[in-house]
Design a protein around this ligand. Structure first.
Ligand SMILES: *Cc1c(COP(=O)(O)O)cnc(C)c1O
Length: 404
């Protein structure tokens, strides 16, 4: 890339300031005003329209699993779009079937598992919510600090008062229990509970780990009461933690698993995987979607999964994640580094994560501050060893400067 404009750029040159003003005059204000206008990306690097370069340690919030402009996704999407772009669910397309089979094989389905495709995390969760209602029970147990999305059903399971309260009444019968607390879960679950929904690692809460044994206990408790166990792996799934799923290491078999973010590597797609008896809860006519499972999105997801396999990105995510964690944990302003693989929380000694995020942008590093005292890192799984070293060095210097 040379000069200020991205290569191949057509049209009149615009600046970040100008586009930000036009954004404010045309795009609905639900996100506040974003701090930068991005123009292009490659690997783990993005450039803004003013020509500044950033090492992307957020990856579109754990979405760009193969980084930006990965040739495997470009090729899969382009080829599929030139062949068959959309068919509706009145018809079958091959990429959809291949992706469903692939996901079931990665999750270790016994042959009874089935996949419902959607277009986002919140939609995957709506599908799971509706499946849970088909058990004939209505009570749902969710966790404090949870994030499951913004549609009315998913919002009902999301604990943050600031997100929920403007939209109440929400679909009901949801009880929140402290995350990671086995005794509280044991007390909340009885034979009237339809489902316990939980993130194996809470992402939006700032990458909060569950204590050892929590998922196993959740499996045991829900099974004992005939309730479903639903793992929201929208943020943690598809290689993010160094395993295909964050629950893989626990050895448990959940009933429902929802995926989205990293699955399409930037192409919108969500999936709800139902295992065992749960696979037949939704029957013909119970749920649907026009776009869900479309050939382009499923071809992109297949390319993501095949590339993770062919490039050994699970082991790579573990190695690069440990490199980031080991490097940052040494800093005197870092209390702890949470998470696994390339989903990491950096807990600061002071509640100044937002200031660090702002300074990081100025220093050419994209990080995110989900809470007052935590930074979240969710870089592309293709982050190189050099880039990880650079990330540790730049972030450490920023912490010295901002938290001096
Ligand atoms: C991001 C997220 C969602 C919502 O996904 P969208 O694609 O934004 O609708 C749901 N659950 C978890 C755990 C998430 O991280």
């Amino acid at each position: 890339m040379s000069g200020q404009r991205p290569e191949g750029w057509a049209g009149t040159p615009v600046t970040g300031a100008e586009l930000t003003e036009r954004y404010q005059g045309s795009v609905m204000n639900t996100f506040g005003v974003p701090a930068r206008v991005l123009a292009r990306g490659e690997g783990s690097t993005v450039w803004d329209v003013d020509g500044n370069r950033y090492l992307d340690l957020l990856g579109g919030i754990a979405v760009n699993s193969l980084g930006h402009a990965h040739p495997a996704i470009v090729e899969a999407v382009s080829t599929q779009l030139q062949t068959l772009g959309h068919v509706s669910n009145f018809f079958i397309s091959e990429p959809q079937v291949r992706l469903a089979e692939k996901l079931l094989s990665l999750i270790g389905s016994d042959g009874r598992g089935r996949v419902f495709f959607a277009n986002s995390g919140t939609e995957a969760n709506e599908a799971a919510f509706k499946a849970a209602r088909r058990t004939g029970r209505t009570r749902i147990i969710a966790t404090e600090g949870s994030f499951h999305g913004r549609t009315m059903g998913a919002l009902a399971l999301t604990s943050k008062a600031q997100y929920r309260e403007p939209f109440e009444p929400l679909p009901g019968d949801v009880t929140f229990v402290p995350y990671g607390d086995v005794a509280a879960l044991e007390a909340a679950v009885d034979d009237t509970v339809a489902v316990f929904v939980v993130e194996p690692i809470q992402g939006e809460a700032g990458v909060v780990d569950a204590p050892e044994g929590y998922l196993q206990a959740a499996r045991e408790i829900t099974s004992r009461h005939g309730a479903l166990l639903w793992l929201d792996e929208v943020q943690t799934g598809v290689g993010r933690t160094g395993d295909w799923f964050a629950h893989t290491a626990s050895g448990i078999v959940p009933d429902l698993v929802t995926l989205a973010k990293g699955l399409g590597g930037g192409i919108p797609i969500g999936a709800m995987i139902a295992l065992g008896d749960a696979a037949t809860l939704l029957q013909p006519g119970n749920h649907g979607t026009t776009f869900g499972g479309n050939p382009v999105a499923t071809a992109a997801a297949l390319a993501v999964i095949e590339t993770i396999e062919s490039e050994g990105l699970l082991a790579h995510a573990t190695a690069r994640g440990d490199q980031l964690a080991d490097g940052l944990a040494r800093h005197p302003r870092v209390k702890a580094v949470t998470g696994r693989g390339l989903l990491r929380g950096v807990v600061l000694t002071e509640p100044r994560a937002a200031d660090v995020q702002t300074a990081a942008y100025d220093a050419g590093l994209i990080v995110n501050a989900p809470t007052a005292d935590r930074l979240r890192l969710a870089p592309p799984l293709v982050l190189t060893e050099d880039e990880a070293a650079q990330a540790v060095a730049t972030l450490s210097a920023l912490l010295d400067e901002v938290l001096a």
